[in-house]
Unconditional design. Structure first.
Ligand code: ATP
Ligand code: DNN
Ligand code: MG
Length: 229
């Protein structure tokens, strides 16, 4: 089983960082060795802000691999798509560098949770989207979604794309952080369960607040089992 699982989402600001950090915290509490990685960070300088948020949620200090940049080889200052942020700094993302970084991490940790940037179809270069990269690397993914209006379209589009590209979706993390209509929230969840099943994926939809409220409360809260990590 691949030690690498991608945490992608239906959009930017959907809750990927929160989900990644909480998943890593749960895996740590279950005695697993786990590291998170960010495919490329835009909108900051120095150590990737998402990596720092992961460590904060995990309740741990920065890893040596964070200081060395291995957990996020590319950090760009303009908050925009990685392909453009790189060009504005007169460079281009070298996917091989990211792949080597992930492989190096996977040699030292049981689990590598790789957070995407924005949504699935975000360009890492002018020729390769994050989805292309996932397909090339055969990484399975967990998709972060929400009940906010527009999410049904974005979520089912992501599932259709994953199916067509042969990318395994291990489940959905359902982020109800932003307030929404209860009827819509419940129905969208049901739509996602049935759509996962229709596409032949595991019909696993885990509420973000289940991750947030996780205590070491026995097997039923087993993050490993939810997503068969
Ligand atoms: N469940 C949640 N609890 C608390 N804050 C949340 C939650 N979900 C999202 N947020 C807040 O919403 C904002 C966006 O969340 P987050 O950074 O996880 O998005 P993202 O999908 O990782 O975005 P990006 O594409 O930039 O990586 C953050 O300020 C975060 O604190
Ligand atoms: C800056 C932001 N927080 C993300 N890191 C990058 C989002 C890129 C989105 C590109 C797009 O879909 O238009
Ligand atoms: Mg993030």
């Amino acid at each position: 089983m691949s030690p690498v699982t991608c945490i992608s989402g239906i959009d930017t600001d959907i809750g990927k960082t929160i989900a990644t950090g909480l998943m890593a915290k749960i895996l740590l509490s279950q005695g697993c060795s786990v590291v998170t990685q960010k495919i490329a960070q835009t909108g900051c300088t120095g150590i990737a802000e998402d990596i720092q948020k992961h460590r904060e949620l995990m309740g741990v200090a920065l890893y040596p691999e964070d200081i060395s940049g291995l957990t996020c080889p590319y950090v760009f200052s303009k908050p925009c798509s990685p392909h453009l942020a790189a060009e504005l700094e007169d460079t281009q993302i070298d996917l091989e560098k990211i792949t080597v970084a992930t492989k190096t991490l996977a040699a030292s940790y049981e689990h590598v949770l790789l957070e995407g940037a924005g949504g699935l179809m975000v360009p890492l270069t002018r020729d390769m989207t994050f989805l292309d990269y996932l397909q090339e690397q055969h990484y399975p993914m967990i998709l972060v979604s929400s009940p906010r209006l527009g999410s049904i379209n974005h979520t089912l589009s992501a599932l259709e794309l994953a199916k067509r590209r042969g990318i395994e979706v291990k489940g959905i993390i359902y982020n109800c952080y932003a307030s929404c209509d209860d009827t819509i929230c419940l129905d969208s969840r049901n739509v996602f369960v049935s759509s996962l099943r229709k596409y032949g994926f595991s019909p696993t939809v885990v509420d973000m607040n289940s991750l947030e409220s996780y205590r070491d409360s026995g097997p039923y809260m087993d993050c490993l089992r939810w997503f068969s990590l």
